[in-house]
Design a protein around this ligand. Structure first.
Ligand code: FMN
Length: 242
């Protein structure tokens, strides 16, 4: 049982990395072998639109054809039993690195196919439980209505069969707020968040890691079933599929 966590923050020891590490601790305590990978250490691109993975000749591939420093990580992910993706929120979205990574991870197992009943097949023939861990300055009310993050979860669920998300709000961004032009933030409040809330976030992520291992075991036992999503009726009619 192997669980991989991807840290999508350029900072290797900060909020996102620590929560990824905590999730792996939880997974390890539940019996998994674990690995933390920092995207920041690699030079790579997002999807190059080469469409090799969607060509009829190479349709069987489940890993991106474009080769760069991300390739090894993509191979590891597709062979893993669970995948955790941690990212800070940058302007309302996952970081550019995480977006690029997810394009390369998902497109080769996704398809432009539809069966006669209106369901889209996915090339992955097993469930790999996934989770997103988000860290951000925003508090919970600010994030409400952010459809981009909900979209990440639903696409990961469609692709890998299971996904959940953890949101760590109002994180402490600097060790010493006095050094930065940032009077938008109350430094004392941020230090208090780090002292009181962040340990709770760490524990919640430990539990998330352990839960993913349980989900991976269920997937292996065949008791976790992939939800099949049917394309909307109007679309199927318009495309003359039904
Ligand atoms: C370029 C940039 C953009 C950011 N944009 C947002 C944002 O839109 N919303 C937010 O709540 N926090 C934003 N933040 C703050 C980070 O999401 C937050 O500090 C996060 O916890 C940092 O993660 P790290 O400590 O793992 O690096 C931004 C930070 C940076 C550097």
């Amino acid at each position: 049982m192997k669980v991989i966590a991807i840290n999508g923050s350029p900072r290797r020891r900060w909020n996102t990395a620590q929560l990824c590490q905590a999730a792996l601790e939880g997974a390890a305590a539940a019996g998994a072998e674990t690995e933390l990978i920092h995207l920041e250490t690699m030079k790579f691109k997002g999807c190059m639109s080469c469409y090799a993975c969607h060509s009829k000749k190479k349709y069987d591939t489940k890993v991106c054809y474009y080769k760069d420093e991300l390739t090894e990580t993509l191979n590891k992910c597709i062979e893993a039993d669970a995948i955790i993706i941690g990212t800070p929120i940058y302007y309302g979205f996952a970081t550019g690195d995480v977006r690029a990574f997810m394009e390369r991870l998902m497109f080769p197992i996704d398809t432009y196919e539809v069966d006669s009943e209106g369901y889209r097949p996915i090339k992955l023939d097993r469930i790999i439980p996934t989770a997103m861990i988000y860290t951000m300055n925003a508090s919970e009310p600010f994030l409400r209505g952010n459809t981009a993050l909900a979209m990440n979860e639903s696409e990961l669920r469609r692709m890998f069969g299971y996904s959940e998300s953890y949101y760590a709000y109002d994180t402490c961004q600097f060790n010493n707020y006095d050094l930065y032009a940032a009077n938008l933030f109350n430094a004392e409040h941020k230090y208090e968040r780090r002292e009181k809330q962040f340990p709770i976030d760490l524990e919640n992520c430990r539990q998330l890691g352990a839960r993913l291992v349980e989900k991976a075991k269920e997937a292996q036992a065949g008791t976790l079933v992939r939800e099949r999503l049917r394309l909307p009726e109007e679309f199927l009619k318009e495309m003359h599929i039904i």
